[in-house]
Design a protein around this ligand. Structure first.
Ligand code: TYC
Length: 113
């Protein structure tokens, strides 16, 4: 049997090329997600914050009141996790709504680790 010099052997791995799928690291990563944070302050009325959480984050009144109290007591809370585009939109909506009502409420976003 005559072999080409570059061929190490004449044996096939005979796995129907299944190894290609296993050896190739998938390079399609899920997009990063972003936490939207609500910050406490001394002036924004509690009921306004509850309304914001209902209106822009789809919370029930009870959920919204619970999260508002966490922010009030701890200073900050994550109110949702979204794609970059959706998180940016939520932050913009909250900041605009607070500004229009002359409340100093702050809403920010940060990349999830
Ligand atoms: N601390 C505010 C108050 O006592 C209430 C408040 C809660 C403000 C949450 C902002 O993100 C906030 N009126």
């Amino acid at each position: 049997m005559l072999l080409h010099p570059l061929m190490m052997s004449n044996k096939s791995d005979d796995d129907g090329d299944a190894s290609i799928l296993l050896e190739t690291r998938p390079k399609t990563k899920r997009p990063p997600m972003y936490k939207v944070l609500l910050l406490n302050d001394d002036y924004t009325p509690m009921e306004f914050v509850v309304h914001v959480l209902e209106r822009f984050f789809g919370m029930t009144h009870a959920q919204a009141f619970e999260i508002m109290l966490i922010v009030h007591k701890k200073g900050v809370a994550v109110v949702g996790v979204f794609s970059h585009e959706i998180a940016e939109t939520k932050v913009g909506q909250v900041m605009d709504f607070a500004l229009r009502h002359q409340h100093p409420l702050q809403c920010t976003m940060e990349k999830e680790e």
